[in-house]
Design a protein around this ligand. Structure first.
Ligand code: C2E
Ligand code: MG
Ligand code: MG
Length: 559
């Protein structure tokens, strides 16, 4: 058993959880595991299977989730929570401890361990009004405000009841509308709401009494379907009905479905749904079909992702993550600074490039901890260079879109500079167009604050996204980093070269410096120099290299 450093989640394997709970029973009246989503007790059998027991609140003789469910909060905030419930002549002191169980097939499963003590009830604590409020909140906690259908919690509970009641074949289906964001912008929010209500109506018609569905948030719906028909036809019918909700020839709602066949009923509904959603994402990427089934290769992919996540959590601060530096040079070949690019050095010496883990960390909301670690490595390096021949060099670091949600970027960077006593002008901040475009207004304010504090803000991968030019209208960045695809294409393509020339010219007129990424050949360098670009980065000069190798290169360039 080991406690993770960044949150209060305790890890158990299916083998050790029961004995740990036994040892805690000396101190508490009741120790149990609870699935927060399904609101239900869960047990780990001696052979490592999960089985589901009473609904969680059955202990309090209530028929719905408690108003202030601490299990739910603990599970989602990764923090321990405690509360008191009053029922049936007793008061219950409940501590909800978030835990992560590694199941027999190596799947990680998040639930809570509840530690409960009983004491005497304070008389008269529950008035009729309080009871009524609880009834209402029970409905609210299981139903979606807009459509009135089950929400995620309500769906999990109902799906579990169906799986316990009927022993037929079932499938968990996830449904997502890809281009829904255009509905709001093209037709207005009220049409968007009508479409969501319409979809709920369609799913309601398509589900018999042995099936259920719910809205999991946004435009995601989950269905627990009794498997009694040809799924392809059933999905076709839903797709056609959904696309007829907007009767405009130029616009069609595009729906995708992921299917997970329930073979092991003892899996938590949340895991079944995640698997169906993986199938959905997979089919959406391949773009050729509307629906796909979860299969073995997706299972392998999920396990790989889980291994990456748990190795990352265990090793972030153990020295396995380092920065490689890729020089940025001027047209005379003098090194001006470098971009910090993270590498994961495995214990066997293998060097993992970012594409092997960045996306997984982004999807699992862990990218913030990696990025902050990298920013700190960069700040430490700049501090170590003070008073040396490298003093004038700058370092630029990458900020991923999700960092804006995790951190107050405008204060994190100044704090780092203060901590390591470095000049903000030496720390450049690279942000991709998509990061800015996602939350244009807020993120622009953040970037302006950084600039006011003396940081250099760079737009990374310019030309890769779809909003490039529009973005420049509003965003006053200091540097434009032109994406390498742009440069490589312009080599053999006259039209691309004209665009490249205009972009460089425009950036200069907007008082922005231009860095060309991905320079690989002398011809590309000559062409870019003729077009007016002044700073270059690319394999032609150097690949990203360890700090010591970079220092050697830079020393030669400086002297
Ligand atoms: P990026 O920020 O656009 O970084 C430039 C990428 O282009 C680097 O790949 C670099 O090795 C590669 N590159 C540079 N010159 C050339 C060239 O001449 N030819 C070719 N073919 N490639 C070149 P790398 O190091 O694999 O990083 C890939 C991406 O991973 C980065 O793209 C960045 O988006 C992300 N990344 C790297 N480190 C971090 C990090 O610490 N945090 C975050 N959030 N993302 C990072
Ligand atoms: Mg970059
Ligand atoms: Mg780039």
């Amino acid at each position: 058993m080991s406690a993770a450093a960044t949150n209060q989640v305790i890890k158990y394997t299916w083998k050790d959880v029961n004995s740990s709970m036994d040892s805690m029973r000396v101190m508490f009246d009741l120790v149990r595991l609870v699935d927060a989503e399904e609101c239900r007790e869960v047990f780990v059998t001696d052979s490592g299977e999960l089985t589901f027991g009473r609904e969680c609140y059955a202990v309090w003789n209530s028929d719905h989730r408690c108003v202030n469910c601490t299990s739910y909060k603990a599970c989602h905030t990764h923090q321990k929570k405690s509360r008191v419930e009053y029922f049936d002549g007793k008061s219950y002191q409940i501590q909800s401890v978030p835990i992560e169980l590694t199941l027999k097939d190596n799947t990680d499963y998040s639930c809570n361990m509840e530690l409960i003590t009983f004491t005497e009830l304070v008389p008269g604590i529950q008035t009729q009004q309080e009871k009524d409020e609880l009834e209402t909140s029970g409905y609210i906690s299981t139903h979606d405000n807009l459509t009135g259908v089950l929400n995620w919690d309500g769906f999990c509970k109902r799906a579990r009841s169906l799986l316990s009641e009927y022993h037929d074949d079932y499938v968990i289906v996830s449904v997502d509308i890809d281009n829904f964001r255009f509905v709001n912008s093209l037709f207005g929010n009220s049409t968007g709401n009508e479409v969501l209500i319409g979809i709920s109506g369609i799913l309601n018609d398509m589900c018999d009494e042995k099936s259920t569905f719910g809205r999991c948030g946004g435009v995601n719906f989950a269905i627990c379907k009794y498997l009694d028909c040809d799924m392809e036809k059933w999905i076709d019918e839903i797709t056609n009905k959904i696309s007829s909700l907007i009767d405009v020839p130029t616009f069609q709602l595009s729906t995708h479905f992921g299917l997970f066949k329930v073979e092991n009923r003892n899996l938590p509904i949340s895991i079944m749904y995640d698997r169906s959603y993986m199938a959905l994402e997979d089919v959406r990427l391949n773009n050729s079909k509307v629906f796909g089934w979860f299969n073995d290769s997706l299972m392998q992919k999920a396990l790989h992702e889980q291994r990456v996540i748990s190795d990352f959590k265990a090793n972030l601060t153990s020295g396995q993550f380092v920065i490689y530096l890729q020089p940025q040079v001027d047209k005379e070949g003098k090194i001006e600074g470098a971009e910090c690019l993270v590498r994961w050095i495995l214990p066997d010496g293998k060097v993992l490039p970012p594409f092997e883990f960045i996306e997984i960390l982004e999807q699992s909301n862990l990218i913030g901890s990696l990025d902050h670690y990298v920013w700190e490595l960069a700040a430490k390096q700049l501090s170590a260079w003070k008073g040396t021949v490298y003093e004038d060099l700058y370092l630029s670091v990458n900020v991923s879109p999700k960092d804006f949600y995790h951190f107050d970027i405008a204060s994190v960077f100044p704090e780092l500079c203060k901590k390591y006593d470095i000049n903000p002008g030496k720390l450049h901040v690279e942000i991709t167009e998509t990061a800015i475009a996602d939350e244009m207004q807020n993120n622009m304010v953040t970037l302006e604050k950084l600039q006011e504090a003396g940081f250099i803000v760079e737009i990374d991968d310019f030309g890769k996204g779809s909003s490039s030019l529009g973005l420049l209208k509003d965003l006053k960045a200091d540097v434009l980093k032109i994406d390498m695809r742009f440069i490589q294409k312009s080599e053999n393509d006259k039209r691309s070269n004209v665009i490249l020339e205009s972009v460089i010219d425009m950036a200069k007129r907007l008082n922005m410096e231009v860095i060309s990424e991905g320079v690989e050949t002398q011809d590309q360098l000559n062409n870019l120099t003729n077009l007016g670009c002044e700073i270059f980065q690319g394999f032609y000069f150097s690949k990203p290299i360890p700090v010591a190798a970079f220092e050697k290169l830079a020393a030669d360039s400086i002297i």
